[in-house]
Ligand binder design. Sequence first.
Ligand code: SF4
Length: 365
Amino acid sequence: MIYENGVEPFQNIKSENIILEKIAKLKYKLADKIIILGHHYESDDLIQFADIRGDSFKLSQEAAKNKDKEFIIFCGVKFMAESADIISSDFQKVIIPDIEAGCPLADFASLNDVEKVWKEINSIVNEKIIPITYINSTANLKSFVGKNGGSVCTSSNASKIFDWAMERGEKIFFFPDQYLGGNTALAKGFDKKNIILWERNKKFGGNSKEDILNAKIILWDGYCSVHKRFSIEDTYRLKKKYPKIKIISHPECNNEVIKKSDEFGSTGYIIQTIENSPDGSVWGVGTEQHLVNRLQQMHPKKKILSLSKVGNQCATMSKNTPEKLLKVLENLDNGKIINQIIVKDEIKKYAKISLERMINITTKS
Ligand code: SF4
């Protein structure tokens, strides 16, 4: 695919046909035992083998629903596979094609750091604080949230989870993505002066005690480097070139980009909105490049461009390849399990509470 500036900066890595044929055969052979889940940001060559495609919320729901297969092969990043292990049945085993496929956003918040800040905030304020973790976080943070009366959220249900939290407490402590937390709070009408950022290398996170007492939303200072790369200049450039363009962005983008976007929402929302738009529509999309390319292929009568000139690819999602999926399947066929993701029982107990809480809040209302 050639981009609007005439270059081809993004390579959708192609695997040899022989690899793809072997995967198809083994998938058929092992069909009674395996289910393959695939995140939208994976490459075409890999996601074609997914029984179910989705964003993090849909895939966590599917992991909770599909109780009959012994092996859940998760083509996504590690925190997603951990969530699947937490929420699936005890006899099920979760496997990831590349055990190194992590998420740099999730790595922004460690349990130690979060506990330290939690104590510090609670030593200053007397009000009830509800912790909320974005699903893009490690299992032990989901456990922390479960223990402390909070919930997990995804980009598709953050608004509902904020409502739920504010019915139960006076403040929200949100981690690790400052942009999802900030964009959600602003869209819900929270005043900017009641939203503070906690910068970990500064005393009181760089805030005064008064700021902390007045805050309604306290944000961790993490971000997704893929979505952070979209800029307000990208929106100006595309709007100038395509006056009828509509910009749609993921809430992990910064607030300047969100403000200039016609729509914003989760990956699932982006897909649905573009699907429902009339032929001839022109879209500038602020999310991961594999998905943008796929949307263009699926809707040839619409023009679908990346918001970025060069396309933004998630390098860790791309660690999962058909070759690595084949290795997983060949091993399973030989009775061996490789790359299993196991969340320890003591972490699982409370992490399950916070994940199930999220699913219940979202599906009930
Ligand atoms: S796109 Fe961003 S949030 Fe999603 S897996 Fe990649 S680094 Fe993590």
